[in-house]
Design a protein around this ligand. Structure first.
Ligand code: FES
Ligand code: FES
Length: 161
């Protein structure tokens, strides 16, 4: 298929790429840009492992045709924090043992960050709803929910500093 150019903002930086229009955002993030923090699970919108934030909304990148991303702002797990300076959600996941096998963790963290960006004081119901599209096969969501609650406190503290 004829390749096309697409421009968007990725983790705060403009990118221009020549892509196959049949590629998904997930294909481009992982295979083209080598940002492998975003995971490929089911590839059909069911597991949430590929969650990124697009224009402020947590989306399954495996379902987004790359041409739909033109002009949008995309954040991946690499854009929100790193080992030296983790995002409060990443810190809380580590502190509270919410990372189990870790495959679902990047997606969980992106869904949680999108929630906290819009809803700084979520209740457990809102947290559950926000991560409802993220499947963790390691059983417990209890630590994950507790970590998101703790992250909300950390974000509030950082804002008030
Ligand atoms: S890989 Fe996208 S939802 Fe599973
Ligand atoms: S920690 Fe989520 S699938 Fe294992």
């Amino acid at each position: 298929m004829n390749e096309k150019n697409v421009k968007f903002t990725l983790n705060g930086k403009p990118v221009t790429l020549t892509v196959s229009p049949s590629a998904t955002l997930l294909d481009i993030i992982r295979d083209e840009l080598k940002l492998t923090g975003t995971k490929r699970g089911c590839g059909k919108g069911e597991c949430g492992a590929c969650t990124v934030i697009m224009d402020g909304i947590a989306v399954n990148s495996c379902l987004i045709p790359i041409m739909k991303v033109a002009g949008c702002h995309v954040e991946t797990i690499e854009g929100i924090g790193n080992q030296e300076k983790p995002h409060p959600v990443q810190e809380a996941f580590m502190d509270l043992g919410a990372i189990q096998c870790g495959f679902c963790t990047p997606g969980m963290i992106m869904s949680s960050k999108a929630l906290l960006d819009k809803t700084p004081n979520p209740d457990r119901g809102q947290i559950r709803e926000a991560i409802s599209g993220n499947i963790c096969r390691c059983t417990g969501y209890v630590k994950i929910e507790a970590a998101v609650q703790a992250a909300a406190e950390k974000v509030k503290e950082e804002i008030s500093k």
